[in-house]
Design a protein around this ligand. Structure first.
Ligand SMILES: [Fe+2]
Ligand SMILES: [Fe+2]
Length: 137
């Protein structure tokens, strides 16, 4: 599914990966067969942690490549989110109303604050730097 326009950064790979993460998270919550099976629930959260970690590493590699000025703050947010997801996975080993509401608030806050603020700022910076590079070549 395509990411909602207001969450787009304009950088193709970022938008595709954000869309995949949001879709996957919504699927976990909306499919009782996944969510209510403890093994599937735990596997799904593990997958989300792994995917988020890989996505963050890619953003961090681009930040380094293009000397992004906010790298430290942005990277700190990534590490905090991974820590929170891992703590969630440890605490909630199966589906419950509480687990769902905690996951919704954590991922929801990440979408609202991290994508809408940090990632969109990073995306605009990367687009500008890549245009500058093209003009130079
Ligand atoms: Fe990010
Ligand atoms: Fe991101």
């Amino acid at each position: 599914m395509k990411i909602d326009k207001k969450y787009e950064t304009g950088v193709y790979w970022q938008d595709v990966q954000h869309g995949q993460m949001i879709d996957f998270y919504k699927q976990v919550l909306s499919r009782p067969s996944i969510a209510r099976d403890p093994a599937m629930f735990s596997y799904s959260i593990g997958f989300l942690v792994m995917y988020a970690d890989q996505h963050f590493k890619l953003e961090e590699a681009y930040m380094e490549k293009y000397n992004y000025p906010d790298t430290d703050t942005h990277t700190r947010h990534h590490r905090e989110f991974i820590r929170e997801l891992k703590a969630f996975k440890k605490k909630y080993t199966s589906y419950s109303d509480e687990a769902v509401s905690v996951l919704e608030s954590k991922v929801g806050a990440w979408i609202k604050t991290h994508i809408l603020e940090n990632d969109q700022k990073l995306g605009a910076y990367l687009i500008r730097r890549q245009k500058e590079e093209l003009l130079k070549s």
